[in-house]
Design a protein around this ligand. Sequence first.
Ligand code: GUN
Length: 286
Amino acid sequence: MNIDGKALAQELRNDLAVEVKQLQEERGITPGLTVILVGEDPASQVYVRNKVRQTKEIGMISNEIKMPAETSQQALLDELDKLNNDPAVHGILVQLPLPKHIDEALIIDTILPEKDVDGFHPMNSGRLCNGDAAALVPCTPQGCVLLAKKHLGDNLCGKHAVVIGRSNIVGKPVSLLLLQESCTVTIAHSRTKDLAALCATADILVAAVGRPEMVKADWVKPGATVIDVGINRIATEDGKGRLVGDVDFADVEPVADAITPVPGGVGPMTIACLLKNTVEAARRFG
Ligand code: GUN
């Protein structure tokens, strides 16, 4: 069966809209999210447009700052300084990747941890690592765990979770979240030996490698829950291309107990969790 990320994201946004109203009525706060896009990367433009639309839809304030690709690092740092000091801005997101001449780590370090709704600042990743509830947690990993719980229920205790991918954005934080849920977690990656056999021991398999349709049926234990984080565009004969995940959906779907589709699985949850982090930042620090 499919785990419907679109429906779960809609539920989450409905709950958030109620929370936004409460914050306005009880404390006079309207949560505000500012997204900065440097350059004209087409995929990033689509992501940012969706973020802006959904932020407004639940009654929050959305602000989009577009900067040309040749923007200097200092100009971006200056902009962040302004936003860090603006009390109407509760969340700041700098869309990645940034142009090569800008030091991504420096930019992330400059965002106030209290406004870092991506959860990428070392203060937030450190807190997540320490199991500190004050962490703002990266959005895609949060979405993955919510999707797994949607199918398996809230108790993931003792399950073997295998995460393929060790990125700071997904692989590492989702592993830490699953560990917090008392899963036994294995982090696999491109250098892992016998990857297919290892994956086939997973009760929960999270694929976050960015390799189109890499995970096949014999990588999956019958009855496993599969969370596909990949969004890969592959060429098609009509030239339009098609989005596929890191999991070969048609191959794996009959073996798994449940699987997230691409599109319509993890993707919608990422934005919903970004809105959730922004509402939380406004509630805590607004
Ligand atoms: N680019 C791709 N995914 C993300 C994300 O989650 N946050 C930011 N800031 N940029 C991204």
